[in-house]
Design a protein around this ligand. Structure first.
Ligand SMILES: NC(=O)c1ccc[n+]([C@@H]2O[C@H](COP(=O)([O-])OP(=O)(O)OC[C@H]3O[C@@H](n4cnc5c(N)ncnc54)[C@H](OP(=O)(O)O)[C@@H]3O)[C@@H](O)[C@H]2O)c1
Length: 303
Protein backbone atom coordinates (compact mmCIF):
# COMPACT_ATOMS: atom_id res chain seq x y z
CA UNK A 1 0.00 0.00 0.00
CA UNK A 2 1.02 3.66 -0.36
CA UNK A 3 1.74 5.59 2.82
CA UNK A 4 3.01 9.07 3.68
CA UNK A 5 6.10 8.74 5.84
CA UNK A 6 9.41 10.22 6.86
CA UNK A 7 12.68 8.40 7.42
CA UNK A 8 14.50 11.26 9.13
CA UNK A 9 13.34 14.26 11.13
CA UNK A 10 13.26 17.56 9.30
CA UNK A 11 11.12 20.07 7.42
CA UNK A 12 8.19 19.07 5.23
CA UNK A 13 10.57 17.97 2.43
CA UNK A 14 11.42 14.80 4.39
CA UNK A 15 7.89 13.51 3.72
CA UNK A 16 7.51 11.02 0.89
CA UNK A 17 5.03 8.41 -0.28
CA UNK A 18 6.41 4.88 0.05
CA UNK A 19 5.12 1.44 -0.84
CA UNK A 20 4.90 -0.55 2.41
CA UNK A 21 3.12 -3.64 3.74
CA UNK A 22 -0.49 -3.29 4.89
CA UNK A 23 -0.86 -3.22 8.68
CA UNK A 24 -3.19 -5.68 10.39
CA UNK A 25 -5.89 -5.07 12.97
CA UNK A 26 -4.86 -6.33 16.40
CA UNK A 27 -7.26 -7.32 19.17
CA UNK A 28 -9.88 -4.64 19.68
CA UNK A 29 -8.93 -2.86 16.45
CA UNK A 30 -10.20 -2.58 12.89
CA UNK A 31 -8.45 -1.90 9.60
CA UNK A 32 -9.98 0.47 7.08
CA UNK A 33 -9.38 1.19 3.42
CA UNK A 34 -8.76 4.89 3.95
CA UNK A 35 -10.71 7.43 1.92
CA UNK A 36 -9.38 10.50 3.75
CA UNK A 37 -7.17 11.23 6.74
CA UNK A 38 -6.24 14.23 8.84
CA UNK A 39 -3.14 16.41 9.19
CA UNK A 40 -2.59 18.10 12.55
CA UNK A 41 0.00 20.43 14.07
CA UNK A 42 1.29 17.48 16.09
CA UNK A 43 2.05 15.55 12.88
CA UNK A 44 4.32 18.38 11.84
CA UNK A 45 5.84 18.53 15.33
CA UNK A 46 6.61 14.82 15.30
CA UNK A 47 8.06 15.11 11.77
CA UNK A 48 10.26 18.04 12.82
CA UNK A 49 11.57 16.02 15.78
CA UNK A 50 10.17 18.51 18.27
CA UNK A 51 8.97 15.74 20.56
CA UNK A 52 11.88 13.43 19.72
CA UNK A 53 13.16 12.89 23.24
CA UNK A 54 9.76 12.36 24.81
CA UNK A 55 8.31 10.34 21.93
CA UNK A 56 11.16 8.67 20.05
CA UNK A 57 9.64 7.19 16.89
CA UNK A 58 10.76 4.05 15.11
CA UNK A 59 11.71 5.35 11.62
CA UNK A 60 10.39 5.36 8.97
CA UNK A 61 7.22 6.72 10.54
CA UNK A 62 3.84 6.84 8.79
CA UNK A 63 2.09 10.10 9.71
CA UNK A 64 -1.50 10.83 10.67
CA UNK A 65 -3.71 10.27 13.71
CA UNK A 66 -7.24 10.05 12.30
CA UNK A 67 -9.00 8.80 9.20
CA UNK A 68 -12.25 7.66 7.63
CA UNK A 69 -12.83 4.74 5.33
CA UNK A 70 -14.38 1.34 4.75
CA UNK A 71 -13.73 -1.47 7.22
CA UNK A 72 -11.84 -4.34 5.57
CA UNK A 73 -10.48 -6.28 8.57
CA UNK A 74 -11.94 -6.74 12.04
CA UNK A 75 -9.65 -7.65 14.94
CA UNK A 76 -10.23 -10.21 17.64
CA UNK A 77 -12.88 -9.30 20.17
CA UNK A 78 -14.40 -6.49 18.12
CA UNK A 79 -18.18 -6.44 17.96
CA UNK A 80 -20.69 -4.08 16.42
CA UNK A 81 -18.81 -3.39 13.20
CA UNK A 82 -18.52 -5.42 10.01
CA UNK A 83 -16.35 -5.45 6.91
CA UNK A 84 -17.84 -2.96 4.48
CA UNK A 85 -19.03 -0.53 7.17
CA UNK A 86 -18.13 3.15 6.73
CA UNK A 87 -16.43 4.59 9.82
CA UNK A 88 -14.29 7.45 11.06
CA UNK A 89 -11.87 7.22 13.94
CA UNK A 90 -8.42 7.38 15.44
CA UNK A 91 -5.28 5.27 15.45
CA UNK A 92 -3.87 3.83 18.65
CA UNK A 93 -2.28 6.89 20.27
CA UNK A 94 0.74 4.83 21.32
CA UNK A 95 1.69 4.57 17.61
CA UNK A 96 1.42 8.34 17.05
CA UNK A 97 0.71 7.76 13.38
CA UNK A 98 -0.36 5.40 10.65
CA UNK A 99 -3.47 7.15 9.32
CA UNK A 100 -2.04 8.88 6.21
CA UNK A 101 -2.01 5.71 4.13
CA UNK A 102 -4.19 3.58 1.87
CA UNK A 103 -4.96 1.29 4.82
CA UNK A 104 -4.95 2.22 8.50
CA UNK A 105 -5.63 0.45 11.77
CA UNK A 106 -8.06 2.27 14.04
CA UNK A 107 -8.32 1.79 17.80
CA UNK A 108 -11.45 3.93 18.22
CA UNK A 109 -14.20 4.66 15.74
CA UNK A 110 -17.85 5.49 15.13
CA UNK A 111 -20.11 5.04 12.11
CA UNK A 112 -19.46 7.73 9.50
CA UNK A 113 -22.46 10.05 9.32
CA UNK A 114 -23.81 10.37 5.78
CA UNK A 115 -24.03 14.13 6.34
CA UNK A 116 -20.22 14.40 6.38
CA UNK A 117 -18.20 13.93 3.20
CA UNK A 118 -15.30 11.50 3.28
CA UNK A 119 -12.95 14.46 3.55
CA UNK A 120 -14.83 15.94 6.51
CA UNK A 121 -15.11 12.59 8.27
CA UNK A 122 -11.44 11.81 7.63
CA UNK A 123 -10.40 14.91 9.54
CA UNK A 124 -13.02 14.78 12.27
CA UNK A 125 -12.10 12.25 14.93
CA UNK A 126 -9.01 13.76 16.54
CA UNK A 127 -10.45 17.23 16.87
CA UNK A 128 -13.80 15.92 18.07
CA UNK A 129 -12.05 13.90 20.77
CA UNK A 130 -9.93 16.87 21.82
CA UNK A 131 -12.80 19.36 21.83
CA UNK A 132 -15.10 16.99 23.74
CA UNK A 133 -12.41 16.34 26.36
CA UNK A 134 -11.78 20.05 26.79
CA UNK A 135 -15.47 20.97 27.04
CA UNK A 136 -16.05 18.15 29.56
CA UNK A 137 -13.11 19.29 31.71
CA UNK A 138 -14.34 22.89 31.62
CA UNK A 139 -17.85 21.78 32.55
CA UNK A 140 -19.39 23.49 29.52
CA UNK A 141 -23.15 23.09 29.52
CA UNK A 142 -26.39 24.90 28.84
CA UNK A 143 -25.95 28.55 29.85
CA UNK A 144 -22.13 28.59 29.96
CA UNK A 145 -20.43 31.55 28.31
CA UNK A 146 -17.27 30.10 26.78
CA UNK A 147 -14.36 31.94 25.20
CA UNK A 148 -12.40 29.88 22.67
CA UNK A 149 -8.99 31.33 21.82
CA UNK A 150 -8.15 30.05 18.34
CA UNK A 151 -11.74 29.42 17.22
CA UNK A 152 -10.87 29.18 13.51
CA UNK A 153 -8.43 26.28 13.75
CA UNK A 154 -9.05 22.57 13.46
CA UNK A 155 -9.90 22.10 17.14
CA UNK A 156 -11.53 25.50 17.54
CA UNK A 157 -14.04 25.08 14.70
CA UNK A 158 -15.17 21.79 16.19
CA UNK A 159 -15.20 23.06 19.79
CA UNK A 160 -17.37 26.06 18.81
CA UNK A 161 -20.03 23.81 17.34
CA UNK A 162 -19.96 21.17 20.10
CA UNK A 163 -20.19 23.88 22.78
CA UNK A 164 -23.14 25.55 21.04
CA UNK A 165 -24.84 22.15 20.82
CA UNK A 166 -24.53 21.94 24.62
CA UNK A 167 -26.37 25.26 24.91
CA UNK A 168 -23.32 27.42 25.54
CA UNK A 169 -22.83 30.95 24.28
CA UNK A 170 -19.46 30.97 22.51
CA UNK A 171 -17.10 33.85 21.88
CA UNK A 172 -14.25 32.95 19.53
CA UNK A 173 -10.97 34.74 18.86
CA UNK A 174 -9.56 34.91 15.34
CA UNK A 175 -7.61 37.28 13.14
CA UNK A 176 -9.28 40.30 11.50
CA UNK A 177 -9.73 38.44 8.21
CA UNK A 178 -11.27 35.41 9.92
CA UNK A 179 -14.11 37.06 11.83
CA UNK A 180 -16.86 36.13 9.36
CA UNK A 181 -15.66 32.52 9.25
CA UNK A 182 -16.00 32.24 13.04
CA UNK A 183 -19.40 33.97 13.00
CA UNK A 184 -20.67 31.46 10.42
CA UNK A 185 -19.90 28.68 12.92
CA UNK A 186 -22.26 30.34 15.39
CA UNK A 187 -19.73 32.04 17.67
CA UNK A 188 -19.40 35.75 18.45
CA UNK A 189 -16.11 36.65 16.80
CA UNK A 190 -13.53 38.85 18.46
CA UNK A 191 -10.11 39.86 17.18
CA UNK A 192 -7.19 38.43 19.17
CA UNK A 193 -4.17 40.48 20.22
CA UNK A 194 -3.53 43.61 22.28
CA UNK A 195 -6.48 44.76 24.34
CA UNK A 196 -8.39 41.47 24.17
CA UNK A 197 -9.25 41.75 27.87
CA UNK A 198 -11.00 45.07 27.10
CA UNK A 199 -13.09 43.48 24.34
CA UNK A 200 -14.36 40.41 26.20
CA UNK A 201 -16.14 40.12 29.54
CA UNK A 202 -18.69 37.96 31.35
CA UNK A 203 -16.94 34.72 30.53
CA UNK A 204 -17.41 31.55 32.63
CA UNK A 205 -14.73 29.40 31.03
CA UNK A 206 -11.91 29.69 28.50
CA UNK A 207 -10.51 27.10 26.11
CA UNK A 208 -7.06 28.05 24.87
CA UNK A 209 -6.15 26.56 21.48
CA UNK A 210 -3.88 29.34 20.16
CA UNK A 211 -2.44 32.72 21.03
CA UNK A 212 -1.34 34.42 24.24
CA UNK A 213 -2.47 33.01 27.59
CA UNK A 214 -2.00 35.89 30.03
CA UNK A 215 -5.02 37.87 28.78
CA UNK A 216 -7.18 34.78 29.02
CA UNK A 217 -6.51 34.35 32.73
CA UNK A 218 -7.43 38.00 33.27
CA UNK A 219 -10.64 37.58 31.27
CA UNK A 220 -11.64 34.40 33.13
CA UNK A 221 -10.79 35.97 36.48
CA UNK A 222 -9.01 32.86 37.68
CA UNK A 223 -6.55 30.38 36.16
CA UNK A 224 -8.73 27.44 37.15
CA UNK A 225 -11.39 28.57 34.66
CA UNK A 226 -8.92 28.33 31.78
CA UNK A 227 -7.92 25.08 30.06
CA UNK A 228 -5.19 24.89 27.46
CA UNK A 229 -4.49 22.22 24.88
CA UNK A 230 -1.60 24.14 23.37
CA UNK A 231 0.49 25.90 26.02
CA UNK A 232 3.12 23.49 27.27
CA UNK A 233 4.98 26.15 29.27
CA UNK A 234 3.13 25.59 32.54
CA UNK A 235 3.79 29.26 33.26
CA UNK A 236 0.30 30.53 33.89
CA UNK A 237 -1.02 28.07 36.46
CA UNK A 238 -3.63 26.76 34.05
CA UNK A 239 -4.41 23.14 33.37
CA UNK A 240 -2.99 21.53 30.24
CA UNK A 241 -5.09 18.68 28.88
CA UNK A 242 -3.33 16.08 26.77
CA UNK A 243 -3.54 12.36 26.11
CA UNK A 244 0.15 11.74 25.55
CA UNK A 245 0.50 9.39 28.51
CA UNK A 246 2.54 9.93 31.66
CA UNK A 247 1.76 12.36 34.49
CA UNK A 248 -1.28 14.57 33.89
CA UNK A 249 -2.47 12.64 30.85
CA UNK A 250 -6.24 12.62 30.46
CA UNK A 251 -8.36 9.73 29.20
CA UNK A 252 -9.57 10.18 25.62
CA UNK A 253 -13.11 11.53 25.32
CA UNK A 254 -14.09 9.01 22.68
CA UNK A 255 -17.81 9.33 23.43
CA UNK A 256 -17.58 12.57 21.47
CA UNK A 257 -17.35 10.70 18.15
CA UNK A 258 -20.91 9.36 18.30
CA UNK A 259 -22.20 12.69 19.63
CA UNK A 260 -20.63 14.60 16.75
CA UNK A 261 -21.93 12.05 14.25
CA UNK A 262 -25.47 12.44 15.61
CA UNK A 263 -25.19 16.24 15.48
CA UNK A 264 -23.95 16.02 11.88
CA UNK A 265 -27.00 13.95 10.95
CA UNK A 266 -29.18 16.66 12.52
CA UNK A 267 -27.41 19.32 10.46
CA UNK A 268 -25.82 21.02 13.46
CA UNK A 269 -22.22 19.86 13.08
CA UNK A 270 -19.81 20.02 10.19
CA UNK A 271 -16.05 19.98 9.61
CA UNK A 272 -14.87 23.09 7.75
CA UNK A 273 -11.99 22.12 5.46
CA UNK A 274 -8.92 24.32 5.28
CA UNK A 275 -7.33 22.27 2.52
CA UNK A 276 -7.70 18.93 0.74
CA UNK A 277 -4.60 17.35 -0.80
CA UNK A 278 -3.78 14.01 -2.40
CA UNK A 279 -1.47 11.79 -0.33
CA UNK A 280 1.36 12.64 -2.75
CA UNK A 281 1.14 16.30 -1.64
CA UNK A 282 1.46 15.54 2.06
CA UNK A 283 4.38 17.98 2.30
CA UNK A 284 2.14 20.83 1.07
CA UNK A 285 -0.47 19.86 3.66
CA UNK A 286 2.17 20.05 6.41
CA UNK A 287 3.36 23.43 5.09
CA UNK A 288 -0.19 24.78 5.27
CA UNK A 289 -0.55 23.49 8.83
CA UNK A 290 2.74 25.09 9.79
CA UNK A 291 1.53 28.55 8.74
CA UNK A 292 -0.54 28.48 11.96
CA UNK A 293 -3.38 30.12 9.99
CA UNK A 294 -5.30 27.23 8.48
CA UNK A 295 -9.07 27.71 8.82
CA UNK A 296 -10.62 24.39 9.71
CA UNK A 297 -9.14 20.98 9.03
CA UNK A 298 -6.43 19.88 6.61
CA UNK A 299 -7.10 16.53 4.96
CA UNK A 300 -5.35 14.07 2.66
CA UNK A 301 -7.44 12.00 0.28
CA UNK A 302 -6.34 8.53 -0.59
CA UNK A 303 -8.43 7.17 -3.39
N1 LIG B 1 -3.42 18.71 23.96
C1 LIG B 1 -4.15 18.06 23.06
O1 LIG B 1 -4.77 17.04 23.34
C2 LIG B 1 -4.21 18.60 21.67
C3 LIG B 1 -4.97 18.00 20.67
C4 LIG B 1 -5.06 18.59 19.42
C5 LIG B 1 -4.34 19.76 19.15
N2 LIG B 1 -3.56 20.29 20.12
C6 LIG B 1 -2.83 21.55 19.91
O2 LIG B 1 -3.82 22.58 19.93
C7 LIG B 1 -3.41 23.65 19.08
C8 LIG B 1 -4.51 23.95 18.09
O3 LIG B 1 -4.64 22.88 17.19
P1 LIG B 1 -5.41 23.10 15.82
O4 LIG B 1 -5.39 21.83 15.07
O5 LIG B 1 -6.69 23.79 16.08
O6 LIG B 1 -4.41 24.15 15.12
P2 LIG B 1 -4.57 24.90 13.75
O7 LIG B 1 -5.73 24.38 13.00
O8 LIG B 1 -3.25 24.92 13.08
O9 LIG B 1 -4.89 26.42 14.23
C9 LIG B 1 -4.84 27.42 13.27
C10 LIG B 1 -5.71 28.58 13.72
O10 LIG B 1 -5.10 29.28 14.81
C11 LIG B 1 -5.54 30.62 14.72
N3 LIG B 1 -4.61 31.49 15.39
C12 LIG B 1 -3.33 31.76 15.04
N4 LIG B 1 -2.80 32.65 15.91
C13 LIG B 1 -3.78 32.94 16.81
C14 LIG B 1 -3.85 33.77 17.96
N5 LIG B 1 -2.81 34.51 18.34
N6 LIG B 1 -5.00 33.81 18.65
C15 LIG B 1 -6.07 33.07 18.28
N7 LIG B 1 -6.08 32.26 17.19
C16 LIG B 1 -4.93 32.21 16.47
C17 LIG B 1 -5.62 30.93 13.25
O11 LIG B 1 -6.59 31.91 13.01
P3 LIG B 1 -6.22 33.20 12.12
O12 LIG B 1 -5.79 32.68 10.77
O13 LIG B 1 -7.46 34.01 12.10
O14 LIG B 1 -5.05 33.87 12.80
C18 LIG B 1 -5.97 29.56 12.63
O15 LIG B 1 -7.32 29.48 12.27
C19 LIG B 1 -2.09 23.20 18.44
O16 LIG B 1 -1.02 23.74 19.21
C20 LIG B 1 -2.12 21.69 18.59
O17 LIG B 1 -0.83 21.12 18.59
C21 LIG B 1 -3.47 19.74 21.36
Amino acid sequence: MRALQFSQYGDADVLHVAEIAKPHAGAGQIRIAVRASGVTPSDAGLRAGRFGQRFPLPLPHVTGLDAAGVVDEVGEGVTGVLEGDEVFGMVDLARLGGANAEYAVLAAWAPKPAALSWEQAGGAAGNVETATRALDLLGVRDGTTLLIAGAAGGVGTVAVQLAIARGAKVIGTAGPATQDFVAELGAIPVVYGDGLADRVSGVDAVLHCAGAVADLVAIAGSPDRVLTIADLSGEHGIRLSHTAGGPGSDPQALHGLAIAAALAEQGSFTVPLAGVFPLSRGADAHRLSETGHAHGKIVLVTG
